[in-house]
Ligand binder design. Structure first.
Ligand SMILES: C[S@@+](CC[C@H](N)C(=O)[O-])C[C@H]1O[C@@H](n2cnc3c(N)ncnc32)[C@H](O)[C@@H]1O
Length: 276
């Protein structure tokens, strides 16, 4: 298991209570997808605890699903949600551990990974691709996904923007620390990669939301509960007790919210792509 997945694995019991941004992003993502599309074979990547999986099941109750994540406990949590909700309409989905950075399998290998359903009609992921580093990581991921998607099939994906949590990045930079928690792709990068990979952008939505946290430590606790500390390469800024004091002072100087607390800007994007 890679280091990013390892952190998510540990956050399995706290993720849902803190995932309001991810949940809202999933709604936006599915909202982009036209009603008349009725995919039968769906692969979900980076399912986490199954928040977005549930939206997919509800929208496409009779589709066949492969639901995957790199973190084993996340896959188990998503499966438990399915079981708890007693789904009967569709064939039981297959849940398994899969690292989405290695999505470009040769066909034979894909079959041994239980992916005999290829090519898929829809490959979907919510709040996953920010973990693929830079334009190159995203391009590699899309190229791989396109290999197991049928012609005319759809990709639904969303992620965080390059300016996500900009206050935290700048504050850590002022302290000479790596901006481990700040990851994401800007709109130009995503759209250029999509075009370069020969995919067609059907629909796009970007948002920016300012949230207030009681303190910078409160924001960091929130990120830890989500499993979202550290950068796409798995590195993480190590903060000592004295660093927290410095962080607090920087936030108080630059990022105080008008009504009290500190500000964090969440920037997200969502896209519906088609493989021509
Ligand atoms: C922010 S969570 C999103 C979870 C879920 N999609 C949702 O909407 O709540 C990101 C998920 O991506 C998974 N992940 C991170 N890197 C991954 C990779 N390389 N391959 C597959 N899953 C990965 C993590 O384990 C985590 O469950």
């Amino acid at each position: 298991m890679n280091r990013v997945a390892h952190r998510f694995d540990r956050a399995v019991n706290t993720y849902d209570a803190h995932a309001e941004m991810q949940d809202a992003l999933g709604e936006t993502l599915l909202g982009l997808y036209r009603r008349e599309r009725q995919p039968r074979r769906i692969l979900e990547l980076g399912c986490g605890t199954g928040l977005f999986s549930r939206k997919l099941w509800q929208r496409f109750p009779s589709a066949q699903f492969c639901i995957t994540d790199a973190a084993p406990r996340m896959v188990a949590a998503a499966e438990a949600k399915w079981t708890a909700e007693g789904k009967t309409e569709s064939a039981s989905p297959r849940f398994f551990v899969l690292d989405a950075t290695e999505v470009a399998w040769p066909r034979g290998e894909a079959e041994t990974k239980n992916l005999a359903d290829i090519p898929f009609d829809l490959i979907a992921s919510n709040a996953l691709v920010q973990w693929f580093q830079g334009a190159q990581g995203l391009a590699r991921h899309l190229r791989g996904a396109a290999l197991i998607l049928r012609s005319g099939g759809d990709l639904l994906l969303s992620g965080f923007g390059a300016e996500n949590l900009v206050e935290l990045r700048l504050a850590l930079q002022r302290m000479g620390k790596s901006s481990g928690s700040v990851i994401g792709h800007d709109a130009e990068t995503v759209q250029k990669v999509v075009e370069d990979e020969g995919l067609v952008l059907k629909s796009w939505h970007a948002t920016e939301a300012r949230k207030v946290y009681a303190s910078p430590q409160d924001l960091l606790r929130h990120l830890a509960a989500l499993g979202a500390t550290g950068g796409a390469n798995g590195n993480q800024a190590h903060l000592l007790r004295s660093d927290f004091k410095k962080l607090e002072a920087i936030y108080h100087q630059h990022y105080l919210a008008p009504g009290g607390g500190v500000t964090a800007t969440w920037s997200t994007w969502a896209a519906w792509l088609i493989k021509p």
